[in-house]
Design a protein around this ligand. Structure first.
Ligand code: FMN
Length: 342
């Protein structure tokens, strides 16, 4: 009897496992060592899809950070991020500011914080990948003529040595005053400060664009298109990376030199091989098309010659790819694939 119950349980278990496997559609590539990698769905630094930078830099190097207690500074930050193709990060207080806190000249929380330059209100969360950025724009309201103390917390939370920094602010009527220059001493002296700007509440995107242009920050062609090339044997094809944090991280990696990946076939739809390092993942459910370049589990790169649906990260696409020319380009069996910046 006990034996029969055991067999029945085994049967039920087998049916459940088979059901799970088939409901997942096509399988992922095989070597599946899982690493915990920061997912860009975290709002650490990325909602306005980033890309490029200062006149000379690339967009993935620019971060627009802002603190906005009543929502006036936020749109200015969003305009700047959009114009520059930069990443966007909102500073949020660990203890949010209530309406009572924000009522000034009431000896409330804000009044007290602003009266004491040593106060450092705690920030909820952090920018995980600050080393990625060369240029950081920091937006804030003016509180009693100065930046809110939480901006001091932010500036003291990272190493800004050799980075380019610039603040912008909104206020009811006050000018910039000493609000920017009073922050300079909070970061290493090797940081380079650009000229700050105070915006009136409701300022337009054109005004923001004008200021960015004045201080030499603008989107470059490189930001718009990250072109790479892929070589297999004697043939090379060009590809365009997509606009997400992973593709930008991949592009940064390629800037250090070409990457060669030993790939093998998997599932009769892709070639896959180890990247040799982890890069940030932006996984989502994707149905591939031939020519897609995919980051799998943050540390493997696949090039598709057919269709597969799975949760992974699109890095880019080979220009002019078709199922036929991809199979021909990648060849049969194992392939040594070299990827470099075009
Ligand atoms: C505590 C506090 C102090 C403020 N002090 C000033 C000030 O000194 N000068 C000024 O023009 N506006 C002052 N304001 C108004 C804000 O600077 C203005 O509303 C700003 O646009 C708010 O930005 P935000 O909505 O992004 O937080 C103050 C607001 C608060 C809450």
């Amino acid at each position: 009897m006990r034996m029969r119950v055991g067999l029945l349980l085994l049967f039920i278990l087998t049916v459940i496992i088979a059901g799970c496997a088939s409901s997942n559609g096509t399988p992922a590539p095989d070597n599946t060592t899982s690493e915990t990698v920061t997912d860009t769905t975290e709002p650490s630094a990325s909602t306005a899809e980033p890309s490029t930078g200062t006149g000379k830099d690339t967009g993935s190097h620019i971060l627009v950070v802002y603190f906005s207690a009543t929502g006036h500074t936020a749109p200015i930050a969003e305009y700047a991020a959009d114009i520059l193709g930069a990443d966007l990060y909102e500073i949020k207080a660990k203890v949010p500011y209530t309406e009572a806190d924000l009522a000034y000249y009431t000896d409330g929380r804000c009044d007290k914080e602003q009266a004491d330059p040593s106060v450092r209100p705690e920030i909820d969360g952090k920018v995980e990948n600050m080393e990625q950025y060369d240029v950081i724009l920091i937006g804030h309201p003016i509180w009693h003529g100065q930046a809110p103390r939480i901006i001091s917390t932010f500036l003291e939370s990272y190493d800004f040595a050799n980075k380019t920094l610039v603040t912008f602010c909104t206020s009811a009527s006050s000018g910039l005053g000493s609000s920017a220059s009073n922050l300079y001493g909070l970061v290493p002296s090797s940081a380079k400060w650009l000229e700050s700007r105070r915006f009136a509440i409701g300022s337009s995107k054109e005004e923001v664009a004008e200021w960015l242009s004045e201080i030499g920050l603008e989107k470059t062609a490189e930001a718009e298109e990250m072109k790479i090339q892929i070589t297999v044997g004697s043939r090379t094809m060009s590809a365009t990376l997509t606009d997400n944090a992973s593709a930008k991280a991949f592009y940064e990696l390629l800037k250090k030199g070409p990457v060669t990946i030993e790939m093998h076939d998997y599932g009769n739809f892709e070639k896959v091989g180890p990247l040799g390092t982890d890069i940030i993942r932006s996984d989502e459910s994707i149905t591939t098309t031939p020519g897609d370049i995919i980051l799998y589990q943050g540390n493997q790169v696949t090039v598709y010659y057919d269709v597969n649906t799975w949760d992974f990260t699109l890095l880019g696409h080979i220009d002019g790819a078709t199922g036929e020319n991809m199979r021909e380009f990648l060849g049969d069996g194992d392939a040594t694939v070299t990827i470099s910046i075009k």
